[in-house]
Design a protein around this ligand. Structure first.
Ligand SMILES: Cc1cc2nc3c(=O)[nH]c(=O)nc-3n(C[C@H](O)[C@H](O)[C@H](O)COP(=O)(O)O)c2cc1C
Length: 296
């Protein structure tokens, strides 16, 4: 059951960034949370600003901006930049500013991207800036695996729509691995073990209707040989051959070493088929195959 909340754009989590740009000699910084990836190749991001922002007047297509990710130790400065407009207070005085491709960035922020605005779209009185990433920078001493820094090291400030700041927790999974395991488990569930009589009967009927062993094995995630055994039992003994009781009876038939050797000999010499042996000696195909394999 669910209850309805007021309509809010519930997208979690939102990293906090400080947008930086240069206007004349002035360095401007503004806190933003409305950030999104708009593409990886080419690398594009979207930033949404509403119209009252001081910084807005200085942003247009062709402007380069920096997106600076403060770590949690910078919470007070990031929060100040989120409440005090740039025309009332020089926010650049809070940080050590560096420059790259003539764009100011915050040196204390462990990760920074430098982007060029390539589109400006007005959507319901808000400005969406589509930006092309020109440089991705991280602190020199951060060790990176496959070019992507760990979030735990960057320690970004996360904003919740409940107006609270959060911190990243622990790593608890690996992309494309967790789902893969579930998928495999789900696939197995298609053919729950021990296989029920109805399941085996359904498979045999499908085989009767012309489906190949190969196709059935793939579709129902059952070994090809297992289906062959079921179908052999079904064609020899009818539906009863697929029951648990029948399987029990086949398994309980006792044979001495000599008897086993004799049956295997007959099969190997081609005097009888597996099927004949199964019917004559009342033994399952899988057991017969096992004997032959052992003797080899
Ligand atoms: C946590 C937080 C996130 C914010 N994110 C955005 C945002 O994504 N876009 C926006 O237009 N304003 C956002 N704001 C509001 C601006 O940061 C704020 O109005 C700021 O003072 C604007 O500075 P400026 O007038 O110097 O540009 C956010 C405020 C807070 C508290």
């Amino acid at each position: 059951m669910k209850k309805t909340l007021p309509k809010i754009p519930l997208v979690y989590p939102l990293p906090i960034a400080l947008l930086g740009t240069l206007y004349g000699d002035d360095v401007l910084y503004t806190t933003v949370r409305n950030l999104s990836i708009m593409g990886e190749s080419p690398p594009l991001i979207g930033v949404m600003l509403d119209k009252q922002k001081h910084v807005l007047k200085h942003l247009d297509v062709g402007t380069t901006i920096s997106i600076n990710y403060p770590s949690t130790t910078m919470i007070d400065k990031a929060d100040l930049c989120a409440h005090v407009p740039g025309n009332k207070f020089d926010k650049s005085s809070l940080f050590k500013t560096g420059f790259i491709i003539e764009t100011p960035y915050i040196d204390e922020c462990p990760a920074v991207i430098i982007c060029e605005i390539i589109e400006k779209v007005i959507i319901k009185k808000q400005y969406l800036f589509v930006c092309h990433v020109r440089r991705t920078l991280i602190d020199e001493d951060i060790v990176v695996e496959k070019n992507i820094p760990s979030m735990n090291i960057l320690d970004p400030i996360i904003y919740g729509l409940d107006d609270k700041y959060y911190k990243i927790g622990s790593v608890f999974g690996k992309a494309s691995l967790e789902g893969k395991q579930l998928y495999q488990a789900m696939k197995k569930k298609l053919a729950p073990k021990p296989y029920s009589f109805h399941f085996k009967y359904k498979i045999c009927q499908l085989k009767d209707s012309g489906k190949s062993y190969r196709r059935l094995a793939k579709e129902y995630n059952v070994y090809h040989e297992t289906i062959e055994d079921w179908y052999a039992l079904y064609t020899m003994f009818g539906r009863e051959g697929l029951t648990k009781q029948f399987a029990q009876q086949l398994a309980n038939t006792k044979f001495t070493h000599e008897e086993k050797d004799e049956i295997v000999g007959l099969i190997k010499s081609g005097k009888i088929t597996y099927r004949d042996a199964c019917q004559t000696y009342f033994v399952s195909l899988s057991r017969l195959k096992n004997w032959v394999k052992k003797r080899r």
